[in-house]
Design a protein around this ligand. Structure first.
Ligand SMILES: [Ca+2]
Ligand SMILES: [Ca+2]
Ligand SMILES: [Ca+2]
Length: 251
């Protein structure tokens, strides 16, 4: 039978004729990535965020995230902190938000109320390395509501002189269960020991991305067309874990 090439040709043509049925999927080899946000080159630091992806395989329990930068990061384990925030109940009044007392806009995930956070990197609060590559849940029952560790980040990728950083979190750890949709914002803290630049993805005040876990698709609520909104720069140094100011008072 010689029908196979014909069928393949028809499938190829159909694929080409049916654009826009899904969000753009970028093929990078073995794993396929679903583009969440195209972030402007808005940083004072060369390697600020460009693309935020989630892995396109929604059949398993793991959500893997990748941030791709405009230039290579010298040493990703030291030079960036990659935090992905999850509003799993899609309620901006629960979790870390702009209304949380004592947290500056630099370290708050835009318009969502983040109930969980995946943190890739090391917190450099108090001058020592703590809180490496952990998953946190927001605990409103604490005397001062804050992040409480619930597990570890998987599939870590923190190379030297590479233009991406990756980590994964299980849906079970996020307590997602049968929740069909979650809202997501990421912050890439660039050069925490040097210039310090908080790159919000999407940009500050430009909303969030919704991931539909049932359909394996994403909805961007942010408008990227209004020009570059410059994120909070290095005015203050605030820990992404504690919301507290870092050592700037030392001088
Ligand atoms: Ca950026
Ligand atoms: Ca929430
Ligand atoms: Ca940004």
């Amino acid at each position: 039978m010689k029908r196979t090439p014909l069928i393949l040709a028809v499938l190829l043509i159909l694929t080409a004729l049916l654009p826009g049925c899904r969000e753009r999927i970028v093929y990078t080899g073995l794993g396929d990535w679903l583009l969440l946000t195209d972030d402007p080159d808005d940083g004072a630091v060369g390697y600020n965020a460009h693309y935020l992806y989630v892995d396109a395989d929604f059949s398993d329990d793991a959500l893997e995230f990748k941030v791709q930068t405009y230039a290579p990061i010298p040493d990703a384990s030291r030079d960036v902190q990659f935090a992905v925030y999850f509003d799993t109940d899609r309620d901006a009044t629960t979790g870390l938000s702009t209304s949380t007392p004592g947290w500056g806009a630099e370290a708050v995930p835009n318009d969502i109320g983040a109930d969980y956070m995946m943190f890739v990197g090391s917190d450099t609060a108090d001058g020592s390395i703590i809180n490496e590559n952990l998953v946190f849940a927001w605990d409103a029952t604490l005397a001062t509501p804050g992040w409480s560790e619930v597990g570890q980040v998987g599939s870590l990728y923190q190379a030297t002189d590479a233009d991406s950083v990756k980590g994964s979190v299980t849906e079970a750890l996020l307590g997602i269960g049968t929740t069909p949709q979650i809202d997501v914002v990421a912050i890439l803290l660039c050069d925490p020991d040097g210039e310090v630049y908080y790159d919000h993805i999407p940009d500050l005040n430009e909303g969030h991305v919704t991931i539909d876990l049932d359909n394996g698709s994403v909805v961007q609520t942010a408008s990227q067309s209004a020009g570059v909104a410059v994120d909070g720069g290095s005015v203050r140094r605030v820990s992404l874990i504690t919301g507290k100011r870092l050592i700037e008072e030392a001088r």
